[in-house]
Design a protein. Structure first.
Length: 290
């Protein structure tokens, strides 16, 4: 079997039983230390209040395994896989193969509502997962960040607070009754201005709310970017150590196709080894021909 077929098969096995309906029931707040990956997308125009929360289904342990910290962790089943969430077809793919092992998805209504009420040139997004119960190295949070951070370690305070963002400034309890979160294993809800101030105060997802401000303040990796621009996945532990996932894990949101993708990118040293290998193979072929 090809490697990507093996990876897809393994993901199906490990994902069975992972289905969950509703944000709170699904533990997106990380209250067992194994929060679900979510995408928060929003229009950052001044005065605009459009933002959506998309439950992506997979958990922290699917990406990095159930043990270890940022500097020393066993890769999860999906860490080095290409993953694509298609919000227009409600499908999740692993290495090009659609997987239903992580539950049923219902994102389309929220996705269309996000696009219909946003200036697409100002559409930004983050991807994250929380651990609200661990401590020190055992508190593991996944965040997006720039490819080359200006720091080598974040403060212990920032790192610890990342795991508390979802619970101290919760969006999950009010979101749990909105959109398709209550009915789908992996649902979504997009807030727009017409929903009113009361709804905003109890479930507005990003931009200028307390959730956003705390996430930004505690993530010095600068993890929000515009749709169409790559960002990168990091595992952060409570001591401030962090590392990129899936080699370099480029994360991109494509508005035209309605797809969020995580694509492992080999490090430069890996490319060098491939080039060297091809060169050796070429020399051997010429010698055989001679």
């Amino acid at each position: 079997m090809k490697l990507h077929h093996i990876a897809a098969a393994m993901a199906l096995v490990t994902g069975l039983g992972a289905a969950h309906a509703g944000l709170v029931a699904g533990n997106e707040a990380g209250t067992t230390g194994n929060g679900s990956l979510i995408m928060i997308a929003y229009d950052k125009r001044g005065g605009t209040t459009t933002a959506g929360v998309f439950d992506l289904g997979i958990r922290i342990d699917d990406l990095v395994g159930a043990a270890g910290h940022a500097a020393n962790v066993v890769p999860g089943t999906l860490e080095n896989s290409k993953m694509v969430w298609d919000f227009t077809t409600n499908t999740f793919s692993i290495n090009g193969t659609v997987s239903t092992a992580y539950g049923n998805n219902d994102w389309t209504t929220a996705w269309n509502r996000l696009l219909d009420n946003s200036d697409l040139a100002d559409l930004q997004f983050v991807v994250t997962a929380f651990d609200a119960v661990g401590s020190a190295r055992n508190r593991r949070t996944i965040v997006t960040g720039v490819q080359t951070p200006s720091i080598t370690k974040m403060s212990t305070s920032n790192a610890g607070n990342l795991g508390l963002v979802a619970t101290n400034n919760t969006i999950f309890i009010p979101q749990n009754t909105r959109g398709t979160h209550p009915t789908a294993d992996n649902g979504a809800y997009t807030f727009i201005a017409a929903d009113g101030a009361a709804t905003r105060a109890n479930g507005y997802a990003m931009a200028g709310d307390a959730f956003a401000n705390n996430w930004r303040n505690n993530n010095p990796l600068n993890g929000e970017t515009f749709a169409g621009t790559d960002t990168y996945l990091y595992l952060v532990d409570g001591t401030g150590e962090f590392r990129q996932l899936g080699m370099q894990s480029a994360v991109s949101l494509n508005v035209a196709t309605g797809q969020l993708s995580v694509t492992p990118v080999p490090e430069p040293s890996t490319y060098a080894l491939v080039v060297a290998g091809l060169a050796v193979a070429g020399i051997a072929a010429r010698r055989r021909k001679a």
